[in-house]
Structure formats: structure tokens, C-alpha cells
Design a protein around this ligand. Sequence first.
Ligand code: Z5A
Length: 212
Amino acid sequence: MATKRGALIVLEGVDKAGKTTQCNKLVSALQQSGRPAEMLRFPDRTTTIGQMISAYLEKKSELEDHTIHLLFSANRWELVPIMKKKLEQGITLVVDRYAFSGVAFTSAKPGFSLDWCKNSDTGLPNPDLVMYLQLSPAQAALRGQFGEERYETSNFQRKVQQKFEQLIQDSSVNWKVIDASRSVEGVHNDIVNLSINTINTAQNQELGELWK
Ligand code: Z5A
């Protein structure tokens, strides 16, 4: 019998929403229940393109706004062959940020439309599930100071949040909004349940193309 494909599961949200914490816990829970799963994160700072992005985020280099947007996008496209291969092998991929972060962060800058920002990511593998970890700026502030990287200011993060709120209205993407202000375990339980349902459904479906 042919191997059933893995699911593409994405976690999105503003800074400090708990994406990385929850991705790690989800991968462990899936593996412990006998479901092959691996984590990916974007940007993937290990590639040549990823190193350019990392230097920009760390404010060690300057890049024009369209240019950095396209580099974030290219960093996803360069991973597509390996993502598809793993999904075909039955491995579920749990992804910390994806194209939605790309669109939300760039369109929060002056002069960028959502449509322009979506173009370079159109056709990427469409996630089977995108969980948006919703957290207000006030609740995020309780989780500590912002870091030193570019974009880590409360004013910019508020604009990014508004862009995410627009993106989650798009019914061509399987969005689920999760209240991320609860305990780590409470959030985790919801995420595991949604993910297992998605894994069961996705194995009988073709992988789609984002925004097509
Ligand atoms: N970016 C972009 O512009 N374009 C793109 O295409 C992409 C990204 C893909 C990458 O940052 C930056 O690049 C990011 C977007 C932009 N810029 N910003 N801002 P990154 O991915 O390297 O790092 P990050 O995403 O900014 O991490 P984060 O958002 O700060 O954290 P998080 O993953 O959402 O949360 P966490 O690390 O799991 O938890 C944060 C803290 O909260 C930590 O102390 C936890 O212990 C605590 N925590 C977590 N959950 C809870 C709960 N439930 N209760 C209490 N405390 C909690």
C-alpha cells in the first residue's frame, strides 16, 4: 500500500505568542503517539539566503524593503522540494511561521498592499491547517521585553497584528484561531486535537497550492 502523505501544519501569530514553544511540544506529542513529525521554521537562517535575512533582522545589514520581502519568500521556495519529499514520505511538517508572516510583516510597512505581498508566495504548498495564536499586545508585554531584532517594537507589532486579522478572513486557507493567552498546556491540548484531525484528513487529500 502506498504511504499516506503527512500533513503541512503551520503556526502563526505575533511576537511572543508562543509559536516556537507550541511547535516543539506538538512535534514531541505527535512523535510519542507514533506519528512521524518534524519541525521547520521560517526564516530558515541556515541557508545562504537565510543568512542574508538573519543579518538584516539582526540589523547587521540594510536591505531595500521589496528586496527583503522577496528574500523571505525565496527562503520558503528553496525548501519546497525537501518539504514535498518529506510529506510524501508520510512525515507531518510542523512549521513555525510561513508565508502569512511574510505578508503580514511586509504589508505593515508603508506602501505595500496585501496583494503585492502575496504574489511571491502564491503557489507554495498550501498548509492543511494554519493555527493563528491570538494574543493582544498587552498580554504579549506580560511575557517580557521585546528583543533587539528589527521589527521588535510594540508599534510595529500592532500593525502586524492588524494585517494578520485581515489574512485570517481568507476562507481559501484553513485558519483556526487559538486563544494563546491561556496556559501552555491548555493551548497545547487544542493544538494537538486539531492537528490529529488534520493529519487524518490530509492523508486522503492532494496537497494544494497556496492562494491559487
Ligand atoms: N518575518 C518576516 O518579516 N517575514 C517572513 O516571511 C517571516 C518572518 C517568515 C523572525 O523571528 C522575524 O522575521 C519575525 C518575523 C519576521 N520578526 N519579529 N518580530 P523569529 O521567528 O526568529 O522569532 P520570533 O518568531 O520573533 O519568535 P517570537 O515570536 O518572539 O516567539 P514565539 O515563537 O511566538 O514565542 P515563544 O518563543 O514560544 O515564547 C515567547 C515567550 O513566552 C517565552 O518566554 C515562553 O516561555 C513564553 N510563553 C510561551 N507560551 C506561553 C504561555 N502560554 N503562557 C505564558 N508564557 C508563554
